[in-house]
Design a binder for this molecule. Structure first.
Ligand SMILES: Cc1cc2nc3c(=O)[nH]c(=O)nc-3n(C[C@H](O)[C@H](O)[C@H](O)COP(=O)(O)OP(=O)(O)OC[C@H]3O[C@@H](n4cnc5c(N)ncnc54)[C@H](O)[C@@H]3O)c2cc1C
Length: 408
């Protein structure tokens, strides 16, 4: 299935593909080997693609919606993007998904770091923060002047992040005193500002777990070195240590947020973005395998002639085609779709598993060459596996779906 694009949508896709292929791809090996951080490239990306203008207007829209005590819906978002780029609402929906697809085709780890900073840190401050928090903390991250991180996971609290959380925040006058540690936090080794989740020990009207905005340089906050990982090597991951960190009470996100709703909403946004990343990985891996099968000759003919190879490519295509329908669902429908949490989890579970499946199948089609760095699919396969773990493992998607679908 080819997506039928109008002239505007084709122009958007070509602009994104051209940018990521020409400006980001040449730097991928250096990022993967830890010789180059992704952040300067993110700044270039924002400048070149005009994203500063788009994101600052999105912020304004969300703020107005929140100030009017109305939650911004998908239409409002689409309208905002449309205003900034002169796009109609559906082209804006296409642009949002395709931007992430094209980024992930080239570098899932660049996408992960960008998503953690702009999506998880700035997006949460924009969505729930006070006007002052938005100006002071979200805007510099949206302009990539600063890098953000989102700190939920702890050494003893991964899947059971809320109940298992040990990091505490104790009110002391007009400050909170934070103690504890976080692990596996994207961007942590270099981030300027963190959203840290902590258990408020003296009771909160909103719920026990609350997010605090904490700046690097605050006494008592320190971070570990980048962790060595299977994949996503271009995305620095690390620990955060909090040792009697004094945080002004006005850095409690939004003055306090509804615990479960907030974490659920953050995870839903993250899971949607991760599904798109998996699709981008699958799309690139399928194309590499298909083109290779047409060119590679064995037994006097292209390996694409062999039915066993065709069967493998056909199964890869089934997965790709289904993922495409999921991640482009609202654009294909021509209107925003109200997805339930179960739908988001179903999409994330399926796309994540299929991203890994297609990437590893691509390695098999390329065989020895597929195992070599030069042919890209081995990196994409290693990166793909993270998406089955981050934002909640496959098991957590299943448990959430079961809760949403079965409990009355
Ligand atoms: C590269 C990378 C980047 C990350 N970035 C961030 C970040 O920016 N911010 C952040 O907060 N976190 C981040 N994480 C953490 C990630 O979200 C967690 O690793 C993930 O939620 C799983 O937690 P865990 O690793 O502690 O696994 P565990 O919770 O220990 O799970 C171990 C296994 O047990 C299974 N399991 C657990 N409970 C159940 C159950 N009830 N029923 C069935 N099976 C169960 C799991 O599915 C899994 O297979 C990142 C992780 C990685 C690897």
């Amino acid at each position: 299935m080819e997506l039928e694009l109008n002239d505007t949508e084709r122009m958007l896709r070509d602009t994104f593909r051209d940018f990521f292929t020409r400006e980001i791809e040449p730097h991928v090996p250096a990022m993967e080997h830890g010789e180059l951080l992704p952040y300067d490239l993110m700044r270039d990306m924002h400048r070149t693609l005009g994203l500063d203008a788009m994101l600052s207007s999105a912020g304004g829209r969300r703020e107005r919606a929140r100030d009017a005590d109305a939650s911004p819906d998908a239409d409002a978002d689409a309208g905002t993007d449309a205003g900034a780029f002169g796009l109609d609402a559906n082209a804006a929906r296409y642009a949002r998904t395709t931007f992430t697809v094209e980024m992930a085709r080239v570098s899932p780890s660049f996408t992960l770091s960008y998503g953690a900073s702009v999506g998880l840190f700035a997006g949460n401050v924009l969505g729930k923060g006070t006007a002052e928090q938005i100006e002071r903390f979200a805007r510099p991250v949206l302009r990539i002047e600063k890098i953000g991180a989102w700190g939920l996971t702890e050494p003893g609290a991964g899947s059971d992040a809320l109940r298992g959380m040990r990091t505490t925040a104790r009110r002391d006058g007009d400050q909170y005193l934070l103690n504890g540690s976080k692990t596996f936090i994207t961007n942590a080794p270099y981030a300027d500002v963190f959203l840290i989740y902590a258990r408020v020990s003296d009771g909160s009207e909103h719920g026990a777990i609350q997010p605090f905005i904490v700046e690097r340089g605050t006494p008592g906050l320190s971070t570990g070195p980048p962790m060595k990982k299977m994949g996503m090597r271009g995305s620095p991951t690390g620990e955060v240590f909090l040792d009697d960190v004094r945080v002004p009470a006005n850095q409690l996100l939004g003055g306090g947020v509804g615990e479960r709703d907030h974490v659920k909403a953050s995870l839903a946004v993250e899971r949607g973005g991760l599904s798109v990343m998996s699709y981008g990985i699958a799309e690139r891996c399928f194309e590499i395998a298909r083109d290779y099968a047409r060119e590679r000759r064995q037994f006097g003919q292209p390996i694409a002639n062999f039915q066993l190879v065709q069967g493998r490519l056909a199964r890869m295509y089934v997965a790709l085609s289904n993922c495409r329908r999921i991640v482009y669902a609202d654009w294909l429908a021509g209107r925003p779709l109200k997805e339930s949490l179960a739908d988001v989890c179903a999409g994330k579970l399926y796309c994540a598993e299929m991203g890994t499946f297609v990437a590893f199948e691509a390695i098999h089609v390329l065989a020895g060459n597929g195992y070599m760095e030069e042919y890209v699919v081995e990196r994409l396969a290693r990166d793909a596996k993270l998406i089955e773990l981050g934002g909640g493992t496959t098991e957590m998607q299943i448990l959430t779906m079961a809760r949403e679908l079965l409990l009355v």
